[in-house]
Design a protein around this ligand. Sequence first.
Ligand code: ATP
Length: 272
Amino acid sequence: MQETDSPPSISDPTLHQLAHPENGDSSPLRTLCADLHAKIEAFLQEDVKTEILKSVQSQCRHSLSIISEALEKYPLTSLSLSYNGGKDCLLLLLLYLSLLSTHPHLPPSLPAILIPPAHPFPTVDAFIQKTSSHYHLSLSRYTAPSPSGMKAAFASYLAHNPSIQAIFVGTRRTDPHGGELKPFEMTDRGWPSFMRVHPVLEWRYSEVWAFLRWMGVEYCELYERGFTSLGGTNDTVPNPRLSLEGAEGRYWPAWMLEDEGEERAGRIGGGG
Ligand code: ATP
């Protein structure tokens, strides 16, 4: 079931005033991509001193190569992003946008899909609204008819957006279903058919945070309040490992979590 959001659909012919950098394109999306590109390039060129930032640089290069490959294989009009406002898809979005800075044909906004949890956090919802607008996402929301209704939601999305062939997903290796994934992987049998592209599969928890904090971008406020992975209000609490001793109900921010294996300790039932 689709709810409305922003979408000027990418397939809307009135929106096909294609952007060319060489034609002096200064559309808001082009400008944003160029700014992100400059920032990420500067980071990649920097002689960083810490091991963590060195590994973040190499993760960035690897992820960018996967996104580039996706852009070579698929026209931009057939690509979408699975976006729920979480830290991993935010990281992915920043890298994706930076690579689009030189893309010859940028639309006004980029397709994305959100399948909201049954009991969303208003804070997460507000963050999604704000970032969809800031990053020029044309976000379609598809409500899953049941907790296991992701398939139906994706099927509706693809039925309404038949040009979409591949979807970027911010899954990492340590996520519940991340263990065996490859960077390019068709959906499993029984699922609506599309290519899942996983550019940030190999990022570690601490690397994600090092990158987001280095970029100085806004991330969902719940992470500042001890949440380390975001689900719905019925199945997500602040991570107990971040509880501030002697200050009941107060937590360290997500990026302070030392034991990366505990990332989902605040997800009741594991969030998978
Ligand atoms: P966090 O783990 O902190 O919540 P995240 O939401 O980015 O960050 P996961 O929850 O592990 O990461 O989900 C992995 C990826 O799957 C996301 O980055 C996003 O691309 C996709 N995804 C997960 N849930 C949804 C959803 N409800 N709607 C759209 N995409 C989703």
